[in-house]
Design a protein around this ligand. Sequence first.
Ligand SMILES: NC(=O)c1ccc[n+]([C@@H]2O[C@H](COP(=O)([O-])OP(=O)(O)OC[C@H]3O[C@@H](n4cnc5c(N)ncnc54)[C@H](O)[C@@H]3O)[C@@H](O)[C@H]2O)c1
Ligand SMILES: O=C(O)CC[C@H](O)C(=O)O
Length: 359
Amino acid sequence: EPIRVVVTGAAGQIAYSLLYSIAKGDVFGKDQPIILVLLDIPPMLPVLDGVVMELQDCALPLLREVIPTDEVEVGFKDIDAAILVGSMPRKEGMERKDLLKANVAIFKTQGAALDKYAKKTVKQLSSNLQRIFREEKSKSFWYKGHHVSRQVLVVGNPANTNCLIASKSAPSIPKENFSCLTRLDHNRASSQVAIRCGVSSDKVKNVIIWGNHSSTQYPDVHHAKVDLHGAEMGVYEAVKDEAWLRGDFISTVQLRGAAVIKSRKLSSAMSAAKAICDHMRDIWFGTKEGEFISMGVYAAGNSYGVPEDLIYSFPVQIKNKTWKIVDGLPINDFSRAKMDATAAELVEERDTALDFLSQ
Ligand SMILES: NC(=O)c1ccc[n+]([C@@H]2O[C@H](COP(=O)([O-])OP(=O)(O)OC[C@H]3O[C@@H](n4cnc5c(N)ncnc54)[C@H](O)[C@@H]3O)[C@@H](O)[C@H]2O)c1
Ligand SMILES: O=C(O)CC[C@H](O)C(=O)O
């Protein structure tokens, strides 16, 4: 059976890199047929037509159908995965707060639309599932048995707060089904360490991005390992330069998005698309044994004292399409201060967003 995947902002630059990877099986598997739903705003429909033509012209065997639309009820109907990219990127000179105001309303609307249209009705389930559902009469069964596969990844910035707002606007979808993209930051951090050590990036594992996808994020390598020509060791031991690890390394990762904008005059797109693929593929197929990755998830119940009602980036492990925060990693004072600073920014962003949406 094909799965239905919607990408919003499908006429934009991230989508242009992303759609090909999804359609050729890099994310949901090499034998998983796909229906791609491309959602954008009305003025972009002519551009979407061109994207549809190009996808057809790729002649990809897994791609069963491409549906361009500007209507959320079409876009979100019965989807298995939603990748919410559509929103305005920051341009040079723009502040983060400008972006919050421009974008957060989109995610309120889209969360509500997901709640309304993505919900499968009991009627659409097989008769066997309908019988079990009637017998169980439990909402949690409904969630566990069926909704669990419906994953919503928020990419549009400010990604954490947009994700929180989308999730709050979709009360029938479990909070666990929402996540936001900090995998790009994770990949940036792994890559910086790999370059410094002169190894390929797959030799670095378990870096952590804590907090917000912003310049307050904390890229933490205290628990990361590097395979240095056959010998696995901690990153501090391998790099042997604490000043760099606590200074330029952190600021390079924190400010990388801004550096790309300054240089390209456009927000990162190829690397963002690659990170989206990594994030979704790990949700679908799970993380490797003994490894964790970073993603923004609902903070409730975390063991790190992060305020609960936030989407905060944590180290997570994923199995059976269910993520779990890696608990109990030792946190030193240096890390604690940085984790708290990024949490404080997220609290402020959340409050500004809620305030703004209530006006
Ligand atoms: N989380 C991350 O790591 C990360 C990385 C890079 C970019 N981003 C963010 O991703 C977003 C998109 O970036 P881009 O470079 O592709 O931008 P873009 O301007 O090239 O494309 C955005 C697309 O979204 C569409 N859009 C706007 N409002 C929409 C709506 N309500 N519904 C559907 N579509 C809508 C636009 O018409 C446009 O086609 C930005 O917010 C950017 O900051 C996040
Ligand atoms: O607007 C920014 O500073 C960041 C843009 C994007 O999210 C990125 O990380 O490349």
